[in-house]
Design a binder for this molecule. Sequence first.
Ligand SMILES: [Zn+2]
Length: 246
Amino acid sequence: MSLINVQGVVLKYIKLGESDKIITLLTDKLGKIDAVAHGARRTKSKFMASTQPFCYGEYQLHKGKNLYTISQSNIINSFQTILMDLDKVAYGMYFLELIDNITENEVKSISILALILKTLYILTHDEVDLRLLRLVFDFKAISISGYMPQIVNCVKCGRRIKEGYFSINRGGMICTDCKDNQAVYGINKETLNNLHIIKNIKLENLRNIKYDEKSINYLQNIMTKYILYQTETDFKSLSILDKIKR
Ligand SMILES: [Zn+2]
């Protein structure tokens, strides 16, 4: 029996049998994996807390025929204070779901793990505007997974662009001359400037930026459509998020 020690974040779980769970874990060494936690749904289980969504921990796994099984776990940061704020829960669940949807099983990505950890840390410690955090997170997550929107040059003619339109299916900015009748959203200079800030800002600097609420909402609408287009997945957490007005 081979054992492996990993660090990882619990993205979700499903129930298995009477008292077990299969958790989806985004790990440092193995990428995203599914692992069985025996008895984890019993209240006195040693795996009770370490198999909750958001939990970041060390896990000792052994590999079976199809699945990994957790033999030991140790919590590094449970991020459970997120659960004290319903808005943060909704945003947090969305962040986990997006990560789940853009990662393949057993493909290592340290940058995705770093992104979710940093984001969960901000969610628990900083007073940032959650809408802004989401937009920046979306941009970074979709970029790391290989679909960074092109916003410097026109996606069609390559000319440097100062204003124009965003094309979902072409994946970026398109100039006035190249505009086609596909779904395109007008982007003026100021909005494009905001998009550049969103692309380049570090998550830890979010508290310091001034932003225009209207512009954030407008860009979020485009970003969500872009993500849905690229991932071709339904997001369960999106409908809850849409209901939140903060
Ligand atoms: Zn063009």
